[in-house]
Design a protein around this ligand. Sequence first.
Ligand code: GLU
Length: 390
Amino acid sequence: MNSKLLREKYISRAKRIVVKIGTNVIGGSREPLDETRLDSLSEQIASLVESGIQVAVVSSGAIGAGMRQFAMTTRPRSLPHLQAAASVGQSKVVSCYDRSFRKHGLHAGQILLTRDDFDSRERYLNASNTVHALFENCSVPIINENDTISTNEIQFGDNDILAAFVTHLIQADLLILLTSAPGLCAHPPFSENCVIEEKSAESSKFGARIDFVKCIDDSVLALARTETTPDGTGGMASKLEAVKIAVEAGEAAVIADGREDNILPRLLEPRNVGTLFLPAVEKMGSRKRWIRFTRRSCGSILIDKGAASALREKGKSLLPSGIISARGNFTRGDTVRICTEGGEEIAKGLTNYSAPDVRKIKGRKTEELEALLGQDFFDEVVHRDNMALA
Ligand code: GLU
């Protein structure tokens, strides 16, 4: 398929979209925010909503806006001061979106999340239900990390990853990361996974904009590490990491320049702008995505070759007989990584047993479990329904 057909398939037909807007797109140079650009992006989003597309926005800009309101010239190093800036900046960000959306008969609904909200299935589903209720009430969710209470342990630290998680949260079919680069750019020779259709190749000092990426392998990840990548090295690396989380669950993703005129309607048309990343697999179900990508793991279970092939090729549950050892200190219901002895991750899943119990029953047959654990036992250490293959 050529680029136009792929863009029609993955971009123009999207019905639910997550748009991440970076600080470099809406941050003001002297003012807290570039309100003209924020207004224009809101107008573009309103036009998508008008055409029947559900749009959730993950917007940065709070810390930057707060710093400017406080006339801070450098980012505060003390956490409370950073959080104070985020607090004041966040209300500015949301009030600007709300003012812009009201012109189009829409509301802005603020949602602030921490990493912990994605670990708890209950909070995860609550957040998802709220987003859907906002869609039903002529509102655009404006999502950000809850910077005012986030500390290192519970932080995303980065809204690109938060946006990828939100894509899973609401089962969006497309993630659009708007930044200050035209897309993913590269100099020749190009990786065979990066396609540049000659007629679309625009070159800049960053290299040519890649039209679409078939698969994110090491050669593609390496592009973010080169000096020539616009948007700062860290910036593009975290974008590719976020894109990977989306495409590996079966969604498409785009990186595009949020400062370009009418970028969102043009992308959806579809015009050849930004870089499209094709889904790597068929769409994954909501629960498996949560297990695979969103929930943090608390340890790992190492399994033998026979168990690895039973999981991978035969779709079986993990039984004690194939287990070699358990690492970490997990309890029942926690998420664990299931790995080979060599460390290759085969799957992630919710364990029916704590780490000490796994150590007790490893290598044993199902018939032996009652003698080891009493009557209250499960045949499976990780049931197939609670497992997502890597
Ligand atoms: N949550 C931060 C803010 O609103 C931004 C984090 C990021 O840009 O990735 O300022």
